[in-house]
Design a binder for this molecule. Structure first.
Ligand code: GLN
Length: 481
């Protein structure tokens, strides 16, 4: 997709301005999907015209130059609102560009605007946004997944060529699965988190949501790399696109038996088996592996993540950032404590408050070692399971989600039910591994075709091998019935 559009721009068959206009019109026409929270129409057209000028002067352009993209609204763009889907940040203007936004600009991409998300990226359906839910463009009665639901819906609906999301426990891969697009969560430390509004810092990672595996490689090349502002980043060889070549032959792929023993939709199980069969035909060896401690993943995640959330969100105090109850005409605040309490009470939504309370409790004196520290130790055991598995196999295959996209409102009443949507994605964040979600098949429900996502997990820093295998699966359309 990106390569084809790039060629058309370079050959002057297409103007970047027309391409930007087409996407801006689509955003406007498809407002009911609610994929975007803010659109930068004027600036987008200006950026597109810059690319057109360069082309008309006979200059070479980069692969992403002149192509319209979307950013999840927890990424900072200088001089623009960054709400993170929360009322508490409704008036917050970023004073600087996130590292990835700077990289995106350097690549000459056209920033269309900001996409909707679950408040502070907490959720699996984008229903936790203070700005209304996003709809799944494939079936508007269903959720697009979350928390990067706006980004996934925008790409799936042709409102953006590509988008960035963030993934703390599945928020790139799960919406990619629900919207039938490609979502890549890189190895922790591959992409700088500077300028990403933090959720759980030891889990958060930014990554691409695209229409193809090739596009994911191109975008990852553009956004990854060392950044002095995030000391978990590293300098590593890149060139994922340049070195991309479809490869499954000779690869050993493990399917975790603990994944397949979970109680989840039979159609999804069958889809994984069908994909495994096809991989065998392409020369891969499929083996069953065991990750005995992954069963503790949700327990570990729902202790560590809220703890980190409670610490990261302490800064939203009604003084320095965004919403302040004290500025209301009929403010009830009499002193500074009132300002804190009232601003947080009115500014945060239910799910965010639930996690702050859980996390504050888990970190409180006397409990910290019993909860956070213990969870951290189990996190290490889960990592060890993966380390052992990767001594035997090159890649791990499994489902992205236990169900196809669910109905809007179906899981909002029961937070635990919602948390289970991430049962297959969370272990990857716990172990800090890279993984890609892509379409693996379809199921028909109520006369609509719904996508089923498959997940490929790679070794630490193994994005190249991961993308090469994903490309082979993608080419294998016969398996995607
Ligand atoms: N759905 C998960 C949660 O609610 C993951 C969120 C994410 O990856 N940002 O925490």
């Amino acid at each position: 997709m990106i390569k084809e559009l790039h060629q058309k721009l370079s050959n002057k068959e297409l103007k970047a301005k027309d391409l930007a206009e087409k996407h801006l019109d689509k955003i406007e026409k498809r407002k009911e999907v609610n994929a975007f929270l803010e659109v930068y129409r004027r600036e987008a057209l200006e950026e597109a015209q810059k690319a057109d000028k360069k082309i008309s002067e006979g200059k070479e352009i980069g692969l992403l130059e002149g192509l319209p993209c979307a950013l999840k609204d927890n990424l900072c763009v200088k001089g623009r609102r960054a709400t993170a889907g929360s009322k508490i940040l409704e008036n917050y203007i970023s004073p600087y560009d996130a590292f990835v936004v700077g990289k995106t600009r350097q690549a000459g991409a056209v920033l269309l605007g900001k996409t909707n998300l679950d408040e502070f990226a907490m959720g699996s359906s984008t229903e936790n946004s203070a700005y209304g839910p996003t709809k799944n463009p494939l079936d508007e009665t269903r959720v697009p997944g979350g928390s990067s639901g706006g980004s996934a819906a925008a790409v799936a609906d042709g409102q953006a060529v590509w988008a960035l999301g963030s993934d703390t426990g599945g928020s790139i891969r799960q919406p990619a699965s629900f919207c039938s697009v490609v979502g890549l969560k890189p190895t922790y430390g591959r992409v700088s988190r500077s300028g990403l509004i933090a959720m759980a810092s030891s889990y958060d990672q930014i990554g691409p949501i695209t229409q193809s595996v090739e596009d994911a490689a191109i975008v990852l090349d553009a956004i990854c790399g060392k950044d002095d502002k995030d000391n978990t980043t590293v300098s590593k060889e890149t060139g994922f696109y340049k070195n991309l070549s479809s490869q499954l032959g000779g690869k050993k792929i493990g399917i975790p038996k603990e994944f397949m023993e979970e109680d989840f939709d039979a159609e999804i199980k069958e889809m994984i088996e069908r994909q495994a069969e096809q991989a065998k035909k392409q020369g891969a060896e499929i083996v069953e592996i065991s990750l005995p401690n992954v069963k503790y993943s949700l327990a570990v995640y729902y202790l560590m993540m809220p703890s980190e959330v409670s610490s990261n969100l302490a800064r939203f105090d009604g003084v320095k950032y965004g919403y302040s109850e004290a500025l209301k005409k009929n403010s009830k605040s009499k002193d500074i404590m009132d300002v804190y309490f009232n601003s947080r009470k009115e500014g945060f939504g239910e799910e965010v408050k639930r996690r702050i309370i859980l996390g504050t409790y888990a970190l409180s004196a006397g409990y910290k070692d019993a909860y956070y520290k213990k969870a951290q130790m189990v996190r290490e055991l889960i990592k060890q399971d993966f380390r052992k598995a990767f001594e035997e196999v090159d890649l791990i295959l499994g489902p992205t989600t236990p169900t196809p996209p669910f109905k809007i409102g179906e899981k909002t009443a029961d937070p635990l039910e919602m948390y289970l949507a991430d049962i297959f994605t969370v272990p990857v964040n716990i172990a800090m591994l890279p993984a890609v979600s892509m379409n693996g098949g379809w199921i028909e429900k109520e006369g609509k075709k719904l996508p089923l996502g498959m997940q490929l997990i790679g070794k630490w820093w193994g994005e190249q091998e991961l993308l090469n295998a994903a490309l082979a699966f993608e080419k294998n359309e016969s398996a995607n019935k």
